[in-house]
Design a protein around this ligand. Structure first.
Ligand code: PLP
Ligand code: CA
Length: 306
């Protein structure tokens, strides 16, 4: 099927597209749910895709949940889903350290419970979770004892992020052999009513700034999460559709990995931004332009029920 970019996906085009696709990857927040509420029609769309023998996966940058926690939330909101279908940055960071980096040592974790649990599940020991116990003077910050077994610093979402944690990360990362991993670079987490809170990207950037080093990023738009999924399930990129609400993470991931892309307008990015990239005439900005867009993924339902 010839693709002109940024086409509204509706009517017969939905069936035409689905006939060329075996696997559909869904971003979570802003696509299938917002906060704790399913996007209307999203559970029905995903369940119908599965009954049409499409493979479905959930690909999220949010490091605050384990695979098991996502499976529980998906089930609670009416989605048919299992842990194995979830590729979040908490799980994928643990997989990266275990399988790709073959880490032999402990992790200094700036992150929450979910990261802690996923590291434990793959048998990687870590230190640092929860509030840092040390407060005090500059002298304390510079001389705080380090764990000699720490061989990697992992930064994810951490509500207890602090000056002391930055000071510790600096000391570990002063050793160039210490690995430096960040879960994702989303700078803001949008809330209802146009408000936002700081995202993990702010914490990763703070550590990068103090360490004078760049973190290896696990989440979208980096292709690691897709590689992780593709290696486990034998996915054919050209027969895979990535559905997301952000041009600079979801759509860029799709472009980076040779997937078809669908922007849904229930989250962060607006259609106008996609059209600006398209109309800029810049080849470099085309990777931020989706193949298709819908107002909401609920718009796919009639074609799946027909
Ligand atoms: N990171 C955190 C901590 C979040 O709470 C969210 C969304 O709720 C995200 C990242 C973005 O997640 P997604 O990739 O599912 O849009
Ligand atoms: Ca999203």
């Amino acid at each position: 099927m010839a693709v002109s970019r940024c086409q509204r996906l509706s009517g017969a085009l939905v069936q035409e597209l689905l006939a060329t696709v075996d696997t559909v990857l869904f971003d979570c927040d802003g696509v299938i749910w917002r906060g704790d509420q399913a996007i209307p029609g999203a559970p029905e769309v995903i369940n119908a895709l599965k009954s049409h023998d499409k493979r479905v996966f959930f690909v999220t940058n949010n490091s605050t949940k384990t695979r098991a926690m996502y499976a529980e939330k998906l089930g609670r909101l009416g989605f048919q889903a299992s842990e194995e279908e979830v590729f979040g940055t908490a799980y994928c960071s643990a997989v990266y350290l275990k399988r790709t980096a073959k880490l032999d040592g402990k992790v200094y974790l700036i992150g929450g419970n979910a990261l802690s649990q996923e590291l434990q599940r793959v048998g990687i020991q870590h230190v640092g979770s929860g509030p840092d116990p040390v407060t005090g003077s500059q002298n304390d910050w510079a001389n705080v004892p380090l764990d000699p077994d720490v061989k990697a610093v992992l930064v994810g979402f951490d509500e207890h992020f602090s000056y002391m944690k930055l000071a510790r990360a600096l000391r570990y990362l002063d050793d160039p052999r210490c690995l430096f991993i960040g879960t994702n670079t989303d700078t803001r987490l949008p809330l209802e009513g146009g408000r936002a809170v700081p995202g993990t990207g702010c914490l990763v950037r703070a550590v990068e700034t103090v360490a004078h080093r760049k973190a290896q990023i696990i989440g979208k738009p980096n292709h690691f999460m897709f590689d992780c999924l593709a290696s486990e399930y034998g996915i054919q990129p050209s027969r895979t559709l990535m559905v997301g609400d952000r041009l600079d993470t979801d759509i860029l991931l799709g472009s980076n990995c040779g997937l078809k892309t669908l922007l849904t307008l229930t989250g962060v990015s607006q259609l106008e931004e996609a059209l600006e990239h398209l109309e800029s005439g810049s080849e470099a900005r085309l990777c931020l332009v989706p193949d298709y867009y819908v107002d909401t993924i609920g718009d796919l339902l009639p074609a799946l029920q027909g």
